[in-house]
Design a binder for this molecule. Structure first.
Ligand code: SF4
Ligand code: SF4
Length: 326
């Protein structure tokens, strides 16, 4: 049972603890924002709602830590070059490992640590808190190979058409982030914030404390059809917009209204295609081009040749239009 507390003071203290331990963005969503919301009215899948973990949940705290820009860009740029000390057949896995370690794993651990510190703070103030891994789970299942765990298996039926067969994160930090006012979904199926575009990772903490909510984003952040660079940049074409009537996964919707804020994702990524990019294209780029190319919050400058060309093509008609207007 939650104790009474001043919501503003408690919220300030929770945000201060999160920031002191490394969160750069912190937002709060009241739990009723996990009811279906416009424009897409997605329902939380069973077992993934805040109340599934904490029946008395009243607030969800969303935390984010940005990926440093050179961490995101340099491995992709280096893939274009000869590396004097790394033979060509090792170069791609080497650079993927570099990006994975300092662009993902360090965030995974730090955000879990911050979640634990915020959870302990709430417990000390007399409240319950539930914390999560930053990324999906990878359970060991007897009789299934590693690949079958990731991609599903003919021995086991797919769950509601979901592509992540057994590796779902227990809770969607991206959906929590939009509900806590940190950003909106972009066409790349990632959450974009005003501060860092798609270049951050998220985690969430649930609590039975009533915290002061942050307002939802009110202006679009993703540039939508004016841009679409993330869709062009994906070499495997594994991102598709959900207004495609052929899409039948459980999040499908009738038709998108591009002028609304994407609290739910307007896109779908096929994770199996994404994971298999090196099998399909031995020269495929380092993971993350769908984020790397995004011109929010600013046009990226340190890019591999292929992304640089995509951005230049995008710039050309805009520059011509600007010239004509002058
Ligand atoms: S990481 Fe690469 S392959 Fe995967 S969705 Fe993004 S651009 Fe496509
Ligand atoms: S690349 Fe463009 S369309 Fe894709 S998420 Fe970023 S702003 Fe939106």
């Amino acid at each position: 049972m939650a104790v009474e507390a001043d919501a503003d003071e408690l919220t300030r203290s929770v945000k201060e603890v999160a920031r002191r331990h490394g969160a750069v963005l912190v937002g709060v969503a009241p739990v009723d924002r996990f009811d279906p919301m416009p424009p897409l009215w997605d329902a939380v899948p069973g077992g993934h709602h805040p109340r599934d973990f904490l029946p008395e949940a009243r607030s969800v705290i969303s935390i984010a830590q940005p990926i440093l820009n050179p961490v995101m860009d340099a491995p992709a740029v280096l893939a274009d070059r000869e590396l004097e000390m790394i033979p060509p057949h090792v170069k791609y896995p080497y650079l993927e490992a570099l990006y994975g370690r300092v662009g993902h794993e360090v965030h995974d651990y730090m955000l879990e640590f911050i979640g634990q510190m915020v959870g302990q703070h709430l417990l000390g103030r007399g409240f319950q808190a539930m914390i999560f891994p930053t990324t999906g789970l990878h359970p060991a299942v007897e009789g299934l190979t590693d690949r079958e765990i990731w991609e599903g298996s003919s021995k086991q039926p797919a769950v509601r058409g979901s592509p992540f067969r057994f590796t779902f994160g227990p809770f969607s930090h991206r959906h929590a982030a939009t509900r806590a006012g940190l950003g909106e979904f972009g066409y790349n199926n990632l959450v974009l914030t005003r501060q860092f575009g798609p270049r951050q990772r998220f985690n969430s903490i649930l609590t039975d404390a009533e915290l002061a909510p942050d307002p939802l984003v009110t202006e679009p952040i993703c540039l939508r059809d004016e841009c679409g660079l993330c869709l062009k940049a994906c070499i495997m074409e594994c991102i598709s917009l959900r207004d495609d009537p052929a899409l039948t996964d459980y999040r499908s919707v009738e038709k998108l209204d591009g002028h609304r804020i994407f609290i739910d994702t307007p896109a779908r990524t096929d994770p199996t295609l994404c994971r298999r990019r090196r099998e399909g294209r031995p020269d495929s780029p380092i993971r993350g081009d769908c984020a790397r190319v995004c011109p929010v919050p600013r046009r990226p400058e340190h890019l591999p040749e292929r992304l640089r060309r995509i951005l230049e093509e995008w710039d050309r008609p805009r520059a011509a239009g600007k010239g004509a207007a002058e």
